[in-house]
Ligand binder design. Sequence first.
Ligand code: MG
Length: 266
Amino acid sequence: MAAGTVQIKTVLIDLSGTLHVEDTALPGAVQALKRLRDSKIPIKFVTNTTKESRRCLYERLIRLGFELQQEEIWSSLWAAQDLLRSRNLRPMLLVDDAALEDFSGLTECGENEQNAVVIGLAPDKFNYLDLNKAFRLLLTGAPLIAIHYGRYYKRSDGLALGPGPFVKGLEYASDCSSEIVGKPSRAFFESALGGIDPAHAVMIGDDVRDDIGGAQALGMRGFLVQTGKYRPGDESRISPAPAAVCPNFADAVDLILKEHANPGGC
Ligand SMILES: [Mg+2]
């Protein structure tokens, strides 16, 4: 290896908008993941997906043809339940019903025993009644735990509101600040890296702030893909800019493989 070059020791990969959009794999993504696996570079999947449990997510990806292990998925939902257990909190959960199995053992308490609000993407629960219950709980001093702060995400019918606007609304009403457990939080990326020096890691994702900005703040390189929620001009929304901008996941993988095969770049 040439002096001053950095060997890639791990690749973190976003899921929604990078590998797939809902039940459709993005073109070339299944094959590109296979090529990356053949290189033996360790991989982890880091996702802010909050609408389904880790098991549901894993089963969906397998159905779409991706090769992965359930344990390779680093989900913000999983990080949230970990945080709740470590702090012995009894949450009011504003999360989708499909995500509840990740919180087993944490949902049995009665409403008057709840002492934390957890909020993810839960379109069916973003109504006045439930949001007002959360607001009242926050007024008692309960912490507001945001699984993530995403402004919007990509659905097959177009862009759609994420949990961020609802988190912001609760913060505004109750004059509190949320604690974010998913991307772009530093702790989330650090736990996914598991001790690997961030300088030796690459993050591939379609969210310029949460994927790329978050990873680069920790010292990783971020490769932004122009699929999923990407909108023209996103690359100029963060500083420093993404280390690379690629049309899609397959191109990002090819860039990594080229660098891996020729680490000196010459
Ligand atoms: Mg994404």
